[in-house]
Design a protein around this ligand. Structure first.
Ligand code: NAP
Length: 337
């Protein structure tokens, strides 16, 4: 059986996901695309795919069984709500939405529908290294996790694309999600410290040091650097009662020459997480084919959005900012369909 997918937003990641859905994965076909820029959608459309005028037309089309949202964050809410109203499984790139109120509207709509339809693009959960790290923590041999150090370093962001909020709105959400997932814990409060500003980013506020306080009492220390010049470098180490567990250095050929002994560093997220994105979609295709979703949920999208909001408040207040979550609906509890 082939899952017929429509893709909304054919920018950088939309094009990368179309490539994997058409050239890498099986059991799926991209039958429609749309973008605010029609010419960009036409250029990205695989052979035979329809170019829709609007996201609403794509979502409503009988040809489209499931939807992939790769537009920018502020557009996600309306597109997610339309997919839920149409009863269509939807993969939505992070951030799920950009405000707490919007996240609650998505949750409310999905709960009213009565079945999970939304998967949020937190691809780190599908990365083999992160999965092995989680298996060690969950195995319990190291005792309880006490601290987690998460380093999130981007070589550069295009000037003008990033506002001062985006390192927290758009980047921190990955670290917040992976911390909750790795430690099986919820974030209850956030602090932010601003080190000396890097001149690499012009006026951009960068880097950030973020402390996530977990419900268990564990503390997560996150470095967000979005203009670190040397490459895309993601690291993680969990410090437990009886030992530590860490992500390995990425496998890469070890080059020896007159400049020394070294390994290449990924240029960006497409290279570092290429297999994780593939696996993320493999699992999504199976669940969407059954009319549902199993990966990171709207609840996880909500938790990440609340964390980003609290971090933005903490930049101004320079104080601990608590998170207040609604009671978790049954739909998102372990074992729910
Ligand atoms: P991008 O290159 O700017 O692409 C977004 C595309 O969506 C653009 O073509 C944009 O058109 C279009 N668009 C915007 N609003 C739309 C709407 N209402 N309906 C239809 N199309 C619309 O950005 P990107 O880097 O691909 O990022 C897209 C999303 O993926 C963002 O939410 C981003 O945070 C996420 N992302 C996730 C990861 C990850 O690691 N999981 C990595 C990168 C990006 P215009 O340019 O004309 O506005």
């Amino acid at each position: 059986m082939t899952l017929k997918v429509g893709v909304i937003g054919t920018g950088m990641i939309g094009q990368d996901h179309i490539r994997r859905l058409t050239q890498v994965l099986s059991g799926v076909a991209v039958v429609g695309v749309t973008d605010i820029d029609r010419a960009r959608a036409e250029a990205a459309a695989p052979k035979g795919a329809e170019v829709f005028e609007t996201p609403q037309a794509l979502i409503a089309s009988d040809k489209v069984e499931a939807v992939v949202i790769c537009s920018w964050g502020p557009a996600h809410e309306e597109q997610l709500l339309a997919c839920i109203a149409a009863g269509k499984p939807v993969f939505c790139e992070k951030p799920m939405v950009t405000s707490e109120a919007a996240a609650l509207r998505v949750i409310e709509a999905e709960v009213a529908f009565g079945r999970r339809l939304v998967q949020v693009g937190f691809m780190r959960r599908f990365d083999a290294d992160y999965r092995r790290l989680k298996a060690v923590i969950d195995g319990g041999s190291l005792g309880a996790p006490l601290m987690y150090y998460s380093k999130h370093r981007n070589a550069a962001v295009p000037e003008g694309l990033y506002t001062s909020e985006m390192p927290l709105n758009d980047t921190l959400v990955h670290d917040a999600d992976i911390a909750r997932w790795l430690l099986s814990d919820e974030i209850v409060g956030v602090e932010v410290r601003l080190p000396r500003r890097s001149r690499q980013g012009g006026e951009l506020r960068d880097p950030h040091l973020v402390l996530l306080h977990m419900e268990s009492g564990a503390i997560v220390d996150v470095e967000i650097s979005v203009n670190i010049a040397y490459g895309y470098d993601i690291r993680g180490e969990v410090s437990c009662e009886q030992g530590i567990a860490a992500l390995p250095n990425r496998p890469a050929a070890v080059v020896t020459d007159k400049n020394g002994i070294r390994q290449a560093i990924p240029e960006d997220w497409r290279e570092r997480f290429i297999e994780a994105y593939d696996q993320e979609f493999r699992e999504w295709i199976v669940a969407a084919g059954q009319g549902t979703a199993t990966g990171p949920s709207a609840w996880d999208g909500y938790a990440a959005t609340l964390t980003a909001d609290a971090a933005l408040r903490a930049v101004d207040s320079k104080a601990y900012e608590p998170l207040t979550m609604i009671a978790k609906p049954a739909l998102y509890r372990a074992g729910a369909a």
